[in-house]
Design a protein around this ligand. Structure first.
Ligand code: SAH
Ligand code: SF4
Length: 351
């Protein structure tokens, strides 16, 4: 199954080439593209505008994705759903759908099975790296969530690449998938409604600045000194704050777009008055926004979320430096669908 061509791995021109090789007229590729991205057809049988012989050949030689939903959990408030997807080679990944009362429908998608970067408080980091996802496997998560919503006449409005994995460690597949998401002829998500989150890979931040897309960039900061950041995010030893912020400044100069910094507030670790001032000084004057979120608990890390009073105090201080700040509402905690809680737990023990 894994070596059968996944149609979601092909950009439009390659799909055209494939059908051309098969002797099909150009409009057949456009029809197939529509079935894949606009109608999100789950199988070839439903593609009734295609001739039966073509459908049969497609079914024999290609596949429409390949992820199987092996588990689905709904949070008790009914606003967050988590899907465990099994890839054809058995790898498991998680995708989350968040509904914000009538305003937004956001998919939080994975870019890798596991993650190699080992941030201490992140469940994905704690499980280690399995493999990169292909562009098709990244896209398919968006298609899946889109199908779920369209079945009840709703529409996916936002995508955040904040699930399992580091998008910039799988740069090419991530960018190919992002292009497909924002393509009006494909999934047609508004460019500014797509956010790529990185742990802070400076060279890729500079590369991303050169892309001709308007999607948003978020950077996981979590600490404002190298000593503290390296203890939480080992990658900081490779790209210390000076270098990271240098790349972020270049990105802003190049794109003129506001970046978001992420800060998981951990009690007694990165939520003090002094740390708030250090952060304020570090970010002062940058075209940015700060997103703080009380830490979500994970098994492999003993840290706890900050007390609400400390969250308020932290935000108040940072805002004194002119940095717009929001406290992110923690979502789906009861089903372990919150930020940094994603892991394919059923893989544990070889299952
Ligand atoms: N690899 C990327 C994107 C996936 S993680 C990155 O690190 O940015 C998405 C966000 O969740 C990041 O900001 C990450 O730092 C944060 N996160 C990880 N573990 C968390 C936890 N236990 N509680 C709160 N946020 C967490
Ligand atoms: Fe990887 Fe992001 Fe988790 Fe760090 S926070 S381990 S980069 S997924």
């Amino acid at each position: 199954m894994t070596d059968i061509l996944n149609l979601y791995d092909l950009p439009h021109n390659q799909l055209v080439d494939l059908l051309k090789q098969w002797g099909e007229p150009r409009f057949r590729a456009d029809q197939l593209w529509q079935w894949l991205y606009k109608r999100k057809a789950p199988d070839f049988a439903s593609m009734h505008t295609l001739p039966a012989a073509l459908r049969e050949r497609l079914a024999a030689e290609t596949r429409i994705g390949g992820a199987e939903v092996t588990k689905e959990r709904h949070s008790t408030d009914g606003e967050t759903r988590k899907y465990l997807l099994r890839m054809p080679d058995g790898q498991l990944i998680e995708t989350v759908l968040m509904e914000y009362s009538g305003v937004r429908r956001t998919a939080c998608i994975s870019t890798q099975a596991g993650c190699a970067l080992g941030c201490v408080f992140c469940a994905t980091g704690q499980m280690g790296f399995a493999r990169n996802l292909t562009a098709g496997e990244i896209i398919e998560q968006v298609v899946h969530v889109g199908r779920v919503l369209e079945a009840v006449d709703e529409r996916l409005s936002n995508v955040v690449l904040m699930g399992m994995g580091e998008p910039f460690h799988n740069y090419d597949a991530t960018m190919a998938a992002v292009r497909r998401m924002i393509d009006p002829e494909a999934l047609a998500i508004g460019q500014r409604h797509v956010t790529v989150s990185t742990v802070g890979l400076a060279p890729e931040i500079r590369q991303f600045a050169q892309e001709d897309v308007q999607v948003r960039l978020a950077i996981s900061l979590h600490a404002a000194t190298d000593r503290e950041r390296s203890a939480l995010l080992p990658i900081n030893r490779q790209y210390p704050l000076d270098e990271l912020l240098g790349s972020v400044r270049d990105y802003i100069d190049q794109t003129n777009r506001r970046v978001t910094f992420e800060w998981a507030l951990i009690a007694g670790e990165n939520d003090s008055v002094e740390q708030a001032h250090t952060l304020g000084k570090l970010l002062k004057g940058l075209l940015c926004h700060l997103n703080v979120i009380p830490l979500n608990a994970t098994n492999g890390y003993k840290g706890r979320p900050s007390h609400p009073a400390h969250v308020d105090q932290f935000v108040e201080i940072v805002e004194e430096y002119g940095i717009p700040t929001t406290v992110r509402v923690r979502r789906g905690i009861d089903i372990h669908a919150g930020c940094g809680q994603l892991k394919a737990s059923v893989m544990k023990g070889g299952g």
